[in-house]
Write a protein that binds this ligand. Sequence first.
Ligand code: ZN
Ligand code: FE
Length: 254
Amino acid sequence: MLNIEIISCLKDNYSYLLYDKISNIVAIIDPSDFSSCDERIKRKYNKLDYILNTHHHLDHVDGNKKLKEKYKSKVLGFELDKDRIPGIDIPLKEKQNFKIGNASFEVIFIPGHTSGHIAFYFKNEKIVFTGDTLFSLGCGRIFEGTYEEMFKSLNKLKNLPIDTKIYCGHEYTKKNLEFCLEYDSKNDFLKKKIGWVNSKEESKSPTIPVSIEEELKTNIFLRCNEPSIKNALNLNNSPEQEIFSKLRDLKDSF
Ligand code: ZN
Ligand code: FE
């Protein structure tokens, strides 16, 4: 059993602390800043075996060097980003499997937000860490890739088993929900989420994790083939990819 703890960092980032009890292995995903992460690590385990990065942006790797120095951890990141991930020790390949104690993850290559973005998929645990590619009710901005790449990457995640739990890089759910409602206003699943998201915000608790199943019903970026959404955009006859690009543009200025 892999234990997962959410660490809130910076303004709206999430780092995730992983612990495999049987092997006593500790890992962290995307340490955004040293002090928030170290405070928790020190208190709970006082060790850190691995640092995993989904992509090279500073708000996901800024804790790397100091944590590595303090705990002698190994840093893992995608091979294409070996010059951009601070302190990288183990460059990962697409579809590679890697063991974290008794658990193991597969590397899913999901470019678009950045050219070297990856997800960590723990198949047996039914968990995926999606960084800044798939958020709850949204997706990341396209900085280094093409719309087509991002669309394909989201499709890879969309096709994971529906009971897979998504742990993403930011708490953007509230703002994403507002955007989804704008173009998918008749979606009852979405409407039902309003109260829940508001209560999470009030109690300052994360809306993470969410399941793929839930996202398929509510995340507009995974629903580009829905006739009602096409209609709301006045693009009834456009292919799914074009709907996605249009929505991504609209979201950029939302
Ligand atoms: Zn990013
Ligand atoms: Fe980020």
